[in-house]
Structure formats: C-alpha cells, structure tokens
Design a protein around this ligand. Structure first.
Ligand SMILES: NC(=O)C1=CN([C@@H]2O[C@H](COP(=O)(O)OP(=O)(O)OC[C@H]3O[C@@H](n4cnc5c(N)ncnc54)[C@H](OP(=O)(O)O)[C@@H]3O)[C@@H](O)[C@H]2O)C=CC1
Ligand SMILES: CC(=O)C(=O)O
Ligand SMILES: [Mg+2]
Length: 420
C-alpha cells in the first residue's frame, strides 16, 4: 500500500469528524411541546404500550430498522485477532454500508469477552433492542456455536455475515463464472484455502447449489483436510474426504476453482499455472488477497479473477449481501434468515449481473461500457437496483417458507432508500 493511500485512509477516518457514522433525529425536538412529547411526560405513553405488548416496540421505537453489528474482534478481516477495539473501524464500516445501500440504521458493538459463553450472554441480553443482529469477524470454530446458540435464543434474525453474507455472494459469483466458462457446477473441482467461518459456510452453500462434496478440497494451515487426519474440529471434519492430496500444491493441480478465504499472499502464479483450463480464481482475503490479479494475469490469460476489494474488477464481497438481506428480512419481520432466503439472494445477485449495466454504475467506476463476462461476473456495489432485486427475493423467500410474520410491503420492490 502506498504511503499516499495509507494517509488518505487515515484522513478519511479522522476528518471531518472521527469515525464514519453518527445518529440523527427523526422527530422534531425544538419546542417545549416537542420535548414534552419526546421525553417527559409523553414518552410514558409508548412505554406503557410496549410493556402491555412487546410487539409495540416495532411501532413506537427504532427497533424495526435497527441492526447491531457485533464482534469480539477475533478475526478482523484477514488481519487476525487484534481485539474488539481495533475492529471498530471495520464495524463502523459495516454500519456505513447498511445505511448507504439499504437504509438500515446500524450501530457497532465491540464486546470484550473472555469466552464464547460470555459473548453469547452479552449479545442475548441486549438483543431485544434491535430488529436484527449482524455478527461480524468472529473466528472459527467459536463463531459456529455462538451463532447457533444466539439464533436459538433470540427472536430476531441473527446472521454471521462472514459465513452467510460471504457465501451468498460467492455462490452468485461462482454460478456466473461457471456459466461464462461453460462448466457444470456438479462436475467442477474446487480448492478452498481456509477452513474457517467464511470457507466452511461458502462450501456448504455451494453444495446446496449443486457442487459435489467429494470435489471440494479444503485446506487449512496443515494442508488438505482429508479423512486420515485426527486433528480436525467437527466443522472441518465435515469436509474431510478420501484423497491422496496432502498439500495446497496437490489440491490446486487440475482444480477448476480456487476459493481463497484465508490470508494475504498465500498462493503463487506457479501454483495457478497448474489449475485446469479457464480456472476461476476467487482470492477473497481482505485487505490483501491470497494472490493479486496482476500475478494471475502474468501466469495465464484464461482465468476469471475476483477479489474482495473495490479496486479490481469482480468484487466478491459480502457488501453485496448483508445490507439487502437484512432489508428484506426486517421488512417482512422474518424471525430467521433461512437457507431458502440465502439461495434466493444468491440467485437474485447472479441474475442482476446479466442485466444491462446502468449509466450510474459506469460513471461510478469511470467506465465507458461493461457487460456480463469474465471481467463482470457480479453486480457492482453501487448498483442501486440491488436494493429492489435482492431485498425482494429475500423477503419473498421468507414469506414462501413461513419465516415471515408480515406480508410483502406495499412499497416493494424498493427503488431507492428514500422509499424506506
Ligand atoms: N471477501 C469477503 O467478502 C470476505 C472475505 N473474508 C476473508 O476470509 C479470510 C478468513 O476470514 P474468516 O473465515 O472470517 O476467519 P477465520 O479465522 O474463521 O478463518 C481463517 C481460516 O484461514 C486459515 N488460514 C490462515 N492462514 C492460513 C495459511 N497460512 N494457510 C492456510 N490456511 C490459513 C485458518 O486455518 P486454520 O484453521 O488452520 O487456523 C482458518 O481456517 C479473511 O482474510 C477475510 O478477510 C471473510 C469474509 C468475507
Ligand atoms: C468482507 C469481510 O467481512 C471480511 O473480510 O471479513
Ligand atoms: Mg468480516
């Protein structure tokens, strides 16, 4: 990273005010009457209504459009376990994205916790404040039990973004990339580098989309996860296959897809050269991918390349998922975000990439033209159609699967966040 860019990033976070988010008022608070309605004595009326029926919290408070972004700071991007406070810029960033792309009010919460149970207890105790909980950057394997328990114990949607947001966007990108190279999801071999939150969840959703478990070669720091290993946690063990492959080199040789969800600079151009024809390479570690696009381009000219970053073509990043998934879930009062809602979001994303690109998107990226193909497999984050397309797909799937307490809102499909 150049010194200029580093300073620009620090300045962005420091000015005009420290941080990236603030709170705004939605009601007048100027006059004595305003204050007597907003606070004492008027505030007692909604208090009594909510005490009589908790459902009224959705009517009289900000709960229904409020999502908490909650972390313990144990897996901050690909930077590792740097603790809760250091994660705050990322969590504020998620709140920024929620508001910017889906009009969802969001607040970051960084939890100091000595154990997964302490984290669970903290989140459970504050959950009712919110309409949804977006868990973020919590490392595996703890993240799986934390999410499972919180889903069980909370009545609002709880969603670990690094697992499911990433999986939804990855499935969309893989489906489109496979279509472009003319390969069938049921036939392809995939090497996954990383066996944590994102890698496990992406692999599961890809299996649900048609990939064969025996064609997935998942690797952790010790190499390929195979059935001869006795050092696997239960989540990794679910991906252990009978194979002679032992190293990442072995796994990449002949692979159709590389999915990197590990850390920076883990793979070389020499390794990429050994992959099958027309390989699909998703190097999704942030901020530095497993391999840079220029190294892939130098190694071969038939690859489809994606990263998690905004500064290269094909950004496979959960920003394309979580804002719209929560938008749809909140708007139909979904109690859970189920597999059908996730697949619906993935298919909606994949479908939008095949629509003509709008001028808004071309202008934002300084492009003259862009069309579905190797350099454009997935919509751009600034495409305002994502709001309508993805949130409607999610909301409809929630209704169809009985996960929603409410109907599709009259203002659906949403055209812009000013509709909210
Ligand atoms: N583009 C996107 O939208 C997203 C990208 N990511 C990226 O994915 C990465 C992982 O995140 P997450 O799953 O949340 O983190 P976790 O901590 O849950 O998992 C990290 C995984 O990476 C593996 N790993 C780390 N270093 C190596 C190495 N040298 N060789 C092989 N495997 C390695 C770990 O192996 P082991 O199990 O042996 O410790 C572990 O399985 C991060 O870089 C993150 O930025 C995550 C979410 C979204
Ligand atoms: C994008 C994201 O959530 C991550 O890299 O952790
Ligand atoms: Mg994350």
């Amino acid at each position: 990273m150049s010194e200029d860019f580093k300073q620009a990033a620090l300045d962005y976070h420091e000015f005009p005010k420290p941080g990236k988010i603030s709170v705004e008022l939605t009601t007048p608070a100027q006059t004595s009457r305003d204050l007597s309605l907003a606070y004492s004595p008027g505030v007692a009326e909604p208090v009594k209504e909510i005490a009589a029926d908790p459902e009224n919290a959705y009517r009289y408070t900000a709960k229904g459009n409020l999502v908490a972004v909650i972390t313990d700071g144990s897996a901050i991007l690909g930077l590792g376990n740097l603790g809760p406070l250091a994660s705050k810029p990322v969590m504020e960033g998620k709140s920024l994205l929620f508001k910017r792309f889906a009009g969802v009010d969001s607040i970051d919460i960084e939890v100091e916790s000595e154990s997964p149970q302490a984290f669970i207890d903290t989140v459970r105790r504050i959950a009712n404040t919110f309409g949804g909980i977006n868990l973020e950057d919590i490392k595996a394997p703890e993240c799986f039990e934390i999410e499972r328990t919180l889903i069980e114990q909370c009545e609002i949607p709880v969603f670990h973004d690094d697992q499911h947001g990433t999986a939804i966007v990855t499935v969309a990108g893989v489906l489109n990339a496979l279509e472009i190279v003319g390969k069938n999801i049921a036939d392809v071999k995939m090497t996954v580098l990383g066996a944590g939150a994102a890698a496990i969840s992406c692999s599961k959703l890809l299996i649900l989309a048609g990939m064969k478990p025996e064609n997935i070669f998942m690797c952790d720091r010790k190499g390929v996860i195979h059935s001869g290993r006795d050092d696997l946690n239960q989540y990794k063990a679910g991906f252990a296959i009978d194979t002679d492959k032992r190293t990442v080199d072995d796994a990449l040789n002949g692979a159709d897809i590389f999915l990197g969800l590990s850390g920076p600079n883990m793979v070389t151009g020499e390794q990429i050269k050994t992959m099958a024809a027309n390989p699909i390479i998703f190097a999704c570690a942030n901020p530095v991918p497993e391999i840079m696009p220029e190294e892939v381009a130098a190694a071969r000219d038939d690859a489809i390349m994606a990263t998690g970053r905004s500064d290269f073509p094909n950004q496979v990043n959960n920003v394309l998922g979580f804002p719209f998934i929560f938008r749809g879930a909140l708007d139909v009062r979904a109690r859970r975000i189920n597999e059908e809602m996730k697949l619906a979001a993935a298919k909606a994303l994949a479908g939008l990439a095949k629509e003509p690109v709008t001028q808004e998107v071309l202008d934002a990226y300084g492009l003259d033209s862009l069309e579905f193909g190797p350099e454009y497999i997935i919509p751009k984050a600034v495409d305002s159609r994502l709001l309508g397309v993805v949130s409607t797909a999610v909301a409809q799937a929630a209704i169809d699967t009985g996960a929603a307490d409410g109907p599709l809102p009259a203002n659906y499909p949403l055209k812009s966040i000013s509709d909210i």
